[in-house]
Design a binder for this molecule. Sequence first.
Ligand code: 1HA
Length: 270
Amino acid sequence: YPWEVIKEYEEIIFSYYEGVAKISINRPHKRNAFTPLTVKEMSEAMEIARQDERVGVVILTGEGGEAFCSGGDQSVRGHGGYIGEDQVPRLNVLDLQMQIRRIPKPVVAMVAGYAIGGGHVLHVVCDLTIAADNARFGQTGPKVGSFDGGFGASYLARIVGQKKAREIWFLCDQYNAQEALDMGLVNKVVPLDQLEETTLEWCRKMLEKSPIALRMLKAAFNAELDGQAGIQQLAGDATLLYYLSDEAKEGKNAFMEKRKPDFSKFPKFP
Ligand code: 1HA
């Protein structure tokens, strides 16, 4: 597919094709483990994809076909987080998880090979996951001295159930694509050579749908688990819709024209 580069980065490839933005981790020699810079670049790309009105769907993936992402790069893990060139320890992937949940467009994880540790959590927080038949899923935290007790635990449990989520975290086993499909952890499994084609087909189906309906549904699906912050997201979307109405415009116009607003003509729906 003729992906066109949106912006050049060091550790990711960020590209565009027919309404879809693709953010791809480009560290295949490390099974696409992320450093603070990888996450900073992904975070900026996600914001650009959010603002770009051409973009209706975002794909998150990794280069090379052997790994989606193997989590935080353990070779730069230091005292208090993952340490970048500025020597500051960071866990900035948690902010990226929030961005994936907050962007009002569907985010699809396209998983070939390993989705492990913090890389597994990234696919978990995506709206949909399409897996290649070589995909392998799992958490490693308790094995390598880490854990993600946020969405990596709570949202995972919402997806696969409490017993299975505890098994995944407590045993640190790996699961193949079919096992992941069976527990509802992924949406579809396809042969590796059909992964991008199928993912784009799913994207195309969503791009044909009403963007506001998709936006409202994403916010609604998020709302329960996200508590007050989830309600804020949903309410923000309600405000967006209200601003499109003549009723809301009457309030603003009256203020600007220094007159009393006249809401009498607007219906009081039962
Ligand atoms: O838990 C969190 C967080 C929690 C809260 C807040 C923020 C968090 C942020 C991050 C994380 C985490 O991600 S913790 C979990 C970290 N990740 C892991 O424990 C996975 C480590 N990797 C593996 O278990 C395996 O490499 C693998 C199952 C993904 C693949 O195995 P395979 O095919 O046998 O390849 P392998 O030989 O192990 O790896 C190829 C190369 O990639 C190796 O380098 P080489 O010996 O060729 O020089 C290997 O060291 C490197 N590599 C793979 N994964 C990582 C890595 N290097 C650094 N960090 C990695 N995660």
